[in-house]
Design a protein around this ligand. Structure first.
Ligand code: AMP
Ligand code: GLY
Length: 429
């Protein structure tokens, strides 16, 4: 079949890499893609927010399946557009409809969904400018630190964790006064959950589901999780403490009620659910839902999937996921992200990348890269490139991934040296 994948990051390179391995894939297009995806398919210059343009490409190139990488087109309703356009309605789409995408697009919607379906999450209330006094009174009932969340999409910056009540109240007012534009016209205030974070990924056709491998990402720019938040500086899969017993709790208390909730509410959902979890004393609580795969979690999760990914995605889109099965590589995967100097603040693009010696054993996924007319590989984003190694043990996977990462160079390259170290320490306890 002919497949169009939307997106341009490391997540899309990892997905494209697995799609291209399938004998079911005839042509793979990636829009807009990066220099890495160009090696496993054909990059096309399409604006993914221009649904009619995406639709025209799909018709002109006889695309059978559309796979949506990032959340923005889903929140804007690309799946609904395909369904409602007669000549596109037969195209298979992996990615939820607009209503389903609200699980990521609105924190208040996601929390209310969890309440309706009795899914464990932090206690919360949602407020607007009109209910500021109630919001402050609610803050008074909570203990520090205080968690304030802009309701809408705020480019990953809309969550504030405040150490004291006065700062929390001041920042709450700023948020309601438009700190994050329309995204913070409503603010969710919730109880702080103390524990270890991890992510669980679900593939669902809205009725059935498959539980994909767990992963942990490293969000801060600095070692020991210090400094500014980033898109993610590395990932590990599986998460060693997410053992059978813990995953059983996740499945029974969170995954099953989530999928049942989507079904009972007749929400058309064919795609990924990324469940951000906090493990508090061995019990899982939902921190957030995303309606796509994570980046860079995909770069450690997808290489572990042994099943034919196109077959899995086709069953997802068709609603026949009960006929699919998942085989997972039992080895550990470690992904190390390399970023441009200065990221996540201002950084330069266009630096020449030297890829170093290839090692068949370690995957290299491109994030922000492009090829210039002279065939030089250039940096083209904050997160530039990452390495993923699989090995029988986590320490070996980490070592292999770092060895390869150190052989990739450009002016200003930065990486964290402690990806996975927290998990190794926990395992040693
Ligand atoms: P979110 O955008 O909802 O994932 O929040 C961003 C980050 O804030 C999460 O990855 C957590 O590290 C942290 N966070 C969010 N909600 C809570 C909470 N209720 N308790 C503790 N940390 C939280
Ligand atoms: N790595 C976190 C995310 O993709 O949102």
């Amino acid at each position: 079949m002919n497949i169009l994948l939307l997106g341009s990051g490391g997540r899309e390179h990892a997905i494209a890499f697995k799609i291209a391995q399938s004998p079911l894939c005839k042509s793979l297009y990636i829009a807009p893609g990066n220099a890495g995806t160009a090696a496993v398919g054909e990059n096309v210059s399409l604006d993914m927010s221009d649904f009619p343009a995406v639709g025209r490409f799909v018709l002109d190139h006889h695309v059978d399946m559309l796979v949506v990488g990032p959340e923005a087109p889903l929140v804007a309703g690309i799946a609904d557009y395909f369904k409602a356009t007669p000549e596109l309605s037969q195209v298979l789409v992996v990615g939820p409809c607009k209503e389903g995408a609200r699980l990521e697009g609105s924190k208040d919607y996601a929390k209310a969904f969890m309440m309706r379906h009795k899914i464990p999450t932090a206690r919360y209330q949602t407020f607007t400018r009109e209910t500021l006094a109630d919001a402050e009174a609610f803050l008074d009932t909570l203990l520090a630190p205080y968690v304030l969340k802009a309701d809408g999409l705020a480019a990953g910056k809309g969550v504030l964790i405040e150490p004291d009540l006065a700062t929390a109240k001041a920042h709450l007012r700023e948020m309601l006064d438009g700190k994050f534009g329309a995204a913070s016209a409503s603010v969710v205030i919730e109880e702080y959950l103390s524990g270890i974070e991890l992510s669980v990924f679900v593939l669902t056709d809205g009725q059935h589901y498959l539980l994909l491998p767990s992963a942990k990402d490293y969000k801060r720019i600095g070692e020991d999780d210090t400094g500014l938040n980033t898109g993610g500086m590395g990932s590990i899969s599986p998460v060693p403490f997410a053992d059978k017993e813990f995953m059983k709790k996740v499945e029974e208390r969170i995954v099953k009620p989530t999928v049942r909730g989507l079904r009972d509410e007749k929400i058309d959902y064919h795609g990924f659910i990324f469940v951000g979890l906090m493990c508090c004393n061995g019990d899982p609580y939902v921190i957030e839902y995303n309606v796509r795969m994570g980046d860079p979690e995909t770069e450690s999760v997808f290489p572990r999937i042994k099943s034919d990914v196109v077959e899995l995605l086709e069953h997802t889109a068709r609603g026949t996921l009960d006929r699919a099965s998942l085989t997972v590589d039992q080895r550990s995967a470690a992904c190390v992200m390399m970023v441009a100097g200065g990221y996540p603040e201002a950084y330069e693009k266009g630096k020449v990348i030297t890829l170093g010696e290839e090692n068949a054993d370690v995957l290299v996924f491109h994030c922000g890269t492009k090829m210039n007319d002279e065939g030089q590989l250039l940096t083209n984003g904050g997160r530039v490139i990452c390495t993923t190694a699989l090995a029988a043990t986590l320490p070996e996977a980490i070592l292999k991934s770092y060895n390869r990462a150190h052989s990739i160079t450009w002016d200003g390259k930065y990486l964290r040296h402690d990806i996975g170290q927290d998990l190794l320490k926990l395992m040693a306890l």
